[in-house]
Write a protein that binds this ligand. Sequence first.
Ligand code: AMP
Ligand code: MG
Length: 314
Amino acid sequence: MNKNLIVPKDIGQAVDILLSGKVCAFATETVYGLGGDATNDDAVLAIYESKNRPRFNPLIVHCADIEMAKTLVDFSPLALELANFWPGPLSLVLPLKKSASISSLVSAGLKTLAVRVPAHPLARELIKKTGKPLAAPSANPSGKLSPTSAKQVIKAFGGKIPVLDGGACEAGLESTIIAIDGEKIVQLRAGALAREDIEKTLNREILIAKKGSAILSPGMLKSHYAPKAKLRLNVNEPTGEGAYLAFGNAQEFAGKMLNLSPNSDIKEAAKNLFAFLHELDEGGTKLIEVAPIPHEGLGEAINDRLLRAVAPKG
Ligand code: AMP
Ligand code: MG
């Protein structure tokens, strides 16, 4: 076993690493995060460097609870309503407080900060024990697939980065990112909390950020989340030239086939998406043909990730 794999009972080791200003990956319910003390410039720099992430792409700060988040950003009444989804896979982009004790590198110089309270018990215990908000982008080199298991993190960084192992990620997709623009609610990134679910609970419409709109996520690069294999989307009848990533009732297929959800359960498909793409990459597949995925609910986020994965690099 890799010496950088930390089991839950040794959580103290992860706390010590973080308090010394170094990075440590940890499990959340979305994907594994590459954590660093958000109040420490060196730690935040180490995150950008380890991931080879452009500095203009700000990080999401993970808090133990809403009280911790309130020390960093201002909550309007509307923001407080959205925060009712915490703990959970929802990141809120809110005005950064002048008094916030946080490295300016985290928000890449913006006047706003993305915050979230994760639902994974081990992640919350880690933040509580560290006593610091933790900046934590996905624990993968920039542009590569997000990891949904500790093993994938170890592999992605050649075993050099310590990982607190919290098992397989429940959601398997990054958080939904929402910004508030006056009375408007804008989705900057589709993610593990379906837009429809937020709309139903709040009984309000959520707008989708468009190219050229006032608020945009600087990091929403077109090409992202890419596996090594070439992807072909919306394939009903696989050619057999590569592997088939099926959804729902799939016909017999002679080649390698993985089914995101034989029962057409979109939540199960979201959980399996990155895990299966990793598995096919590891198997050396050169081409992955993907079945059409419905757009409803979490299908929005799944289709978003697939489109980014086929977008030309650069
Ligand atoms: P990751 O940490 O890799 O899941 O990416 C986090 C994403 O959050 C970034 O790519 C940005 O698009 C978005 N983000 C973080 N902070 C802000 C902010 N202050 N304003 C807008 N988007 C943000
Ligand atoms: Mg990421």
